[in-house]
Design a binder for this molecule. Structure first.
Ligand SMILES: Nc1ncnc2c1ncn2[C@@H]1O[C@H](COP(=O)(O)OP(=O)(O)O)[C@@H](O)[C@H]1O
Ligand SMILES: O=P(O)(O)O[C@H]1O[C@H](CO)[C@@H](O[C@H]2O[C@H](CO)[C@@H](O)[C@H](O)[C@H]2O)[C@H](O)[C@H]1O
Length: 508
């Protein structure tokens, strides 16, 4: 998007600021700060590639910024920004082959990020770690800018906006039909978690997830929980409210009036489940204490199958016949090539891994077919919250694998894809406690079996009976994890690499 087509800056009163210059000047003054700050954020998706420039998709004042924060106790300003960061394109990451989509959404070389920027004349010391810096020119010259999610006054304001439906410039705040009224004055705190996005907890009642890298379209992390709530499935917290930006003709937020429809999903408010541990923490604790985890694993299998059953009832399903099975296998093989180019340690295992994918193409030649439906897409132990009973599970984070384009994450998939994700996670948990030990290997095997048995309790079919497809998805996931760890947590790379060795040997 060229600077001349920038949308207007929208004022707190919902009126365009005088002239487009405000937005252009804003971008110029923010660019040096963002170049420095963005790559340091956990959720920045373009790590390792230089940023060559920015374009502003929208800028909306939620609280006035120009004179904000002057004087003791003065109200800070709050600016909502959608900003594209231009970077050299990543190596092409091919699709699943289970649908018609290909390529990426929006500009492949310019991811769009959502930022909430606090504005003050002087930054209080408690917000120093959240500082973006101080622009030296433009409309915010000399003002201290910081990540507003760390300021309870500003995140409190955001909750106020979500409490009552309405519009502000390109932003639309929506309350779920039939949702209980959200009380005002809940105390906000930003979540300090290893996340792909950012979350704010209000009291111990709600959690607001703000999507950081946003793609045009309905985010499955809103779409699927809404569908599950419609279908009466209590395994997933039902969205209470959300906010979005209407999509313009080029997929960006518009400078005109907000159209009806989902546009870009920006944030989802849902009930917070207090005190619940996640499956990863519980598994780690069980391993450290050398305790059995199979009852919990079986419960998790049952929860997964219940969620799958409701998704199949409420959203479209389709057959996966010969040509689609072949495309699925080709997509997996192509992703392996991309990962092997990026991570040399994968290369020696390619022949064995390819065999796992060829076996899926082999199903097509046998005249077999499967079904596809909407699935979680990135299921692992950290995506399951456990109630007090120890085996009652709630599933969260239906966004799918964050690195994939949105249209691909919304494609129907075989359910074994989620099963494979969780099986990998038991392996991860065991490896994290020490790869070599017999006991941890047996622990992982027992929990993998219990999880599949739990799934079969509800679904009536055991995922292990579809061995070729399951192995192919497990292999595909391990390859994804190799790339994920190489990019985000290089010290963890040996974990998926050990699975790659095992899976490659099984395919010889
Ligand atoms: N409804 C909820 N109740 C309690 N904690 C939650 C809830 N939803 C998310 N969380 C916590 O927030 C963390 C991040 O949420 P998640 O949806 O996985 O975000 P991301 O996509 O950024 O990784 C989770 O690991 C979990 O600890
Ligand atoms: O939870 P996210 O949506 O951010 O998912 C990404 O990050 C996960 C790690 O936080 C990553 O999961 C991998 O590590 C887990 C342990 O930390 C393990 O349980 C998973 O099995 C493993 O895949 C996930 O792949 C990534 O998309």
């Amino acid at each position: 998007m060229s600077e001349s087509s920038l949308p207007l800056t929208v004022t707190a009163a919902g009126r365009p600021a005088p002239g487009q210059r405000a937005a252009g000047g804003l971008l110029r003054s923010l660019a040096p700060l963002l170049t420095e700050w963005l790559p340091r954020q956990r959720w920045f998706a373009g790590k390792g590639r230089p940023i060559s420039g920015f374009s502003l998709v929208s800028a909306t004042e939620l609280l006035p910024c120009a004179h904000a924060g002057s004087g003791a106790g003065a109200t800070p300003g709050l600016l909502h920004l959608l900003v594209r960061a231009r970077q050299p394109a990543p190596p092409h990451e091919p699709g699943d082959g289970t649908g018609t989509g290909s390529g990426t959404d929006g500009s492949p070389d310019a991811d769009c990020y959502q930022l909430l920027v606090g504005v003050r004349s002087v930054l209080p010391p408690e917000f120093a770690p959240a500082s973006l810096g101080t622009p030296t020119d433009g409309p915010l010259r000399g003002r201290a800018l910081y990540d507003a999610l760390h300021d309870p006054r500003l995140t409190g304001l955001l909750l106020e906006r979500l409490r009552s439906p309405g519009r502000l410039g390109p932003l639309r705040f929506v309350t779920a039909p039939g949702a209980a009224a959200v009380p005002s004055g809940l105390r906000p705190r930003v979540l300090d978690a290893e996340q792909s996005n950012s979350s704010v907890v209000y009291g111990s009642a709600y959690i607001l997830k703000l999507f950081r890298r946003v793609d045009p379209g309905l985010n499955p992390d809103l779409e699927l929980p809404l569908a599950l709530a419609r279908g009466g499935c209590a395994r997933v917290p039902a969205p209470t409210a959300w906010f979005e930006a209407a999509a313009g003709p080029d997929g960006d937020a518009p400078d005109g009036p907000v159209a009806e429809g989902p546009g870009l999903t920006l944030g989802v408010l849902q009930p917070y489940l207090p005190g619940s541990g996640d499956g990863w923490q519980l598994a780690q604790r069980a391993l450290a204490g050398r305790r059995d985890f199979t009852a919990a694993a079986r419960g998790l299998g049952r929860a997964t199958a219940e969620v799958h059953a409701t998704l199949a009832d409420t959203l479209p399903t389709a057959p996966l016949r010969g040509p689609e099975l072949e495309r699925l296998a080709a997509g997996m093989a192509a992703r392996l090539e991309v990962a092997a180019r990026a991570v040399p340690a994968l290369r020696p295992y390619r022949p064995g891994l390819r065999n796992a994918f060829a076996a899926v193409a082999g199903l097509a030649r046998l005249g077999q077919a499967r079904r596809v439906q909407r699935v979680h897409g990135d299921l692992h132990l950290g995506q399951a919250l456990c109630g007090a009973g120890g085996d009652e599970w709630t599933l969260i984070d239906f966004e799918g694998e964050p690195a994939r384009p949105l249209h691909e994450r919304r494609l129907p998939q075989p359910v074994v894809r989620d099963v494979a994700g969780m099986l990998r996670s038991f392996d991860y948990a065991a490896c994290q406690q020490g790869t070599g030990e017999r006991w941890t290997r047996d622990w992982a095997a027992a929990n993998r079996a219990a999880y599949c048995a739990g799934y079969a309790d509800v679904a009536g079919t055991d995922p292990r009976d579809d061995a070729r497809l399951l192995r192919a998805f497990e292999t595909d996931k391990a390859v994804y994890e190799v790339l994920y760890e190489a990019r985000h947590r290089p010290a963890w790379l040996p974990i998926p690499l050990s699975a790659v060795r095992r899976l490659a040997a099984a395919g010889d």
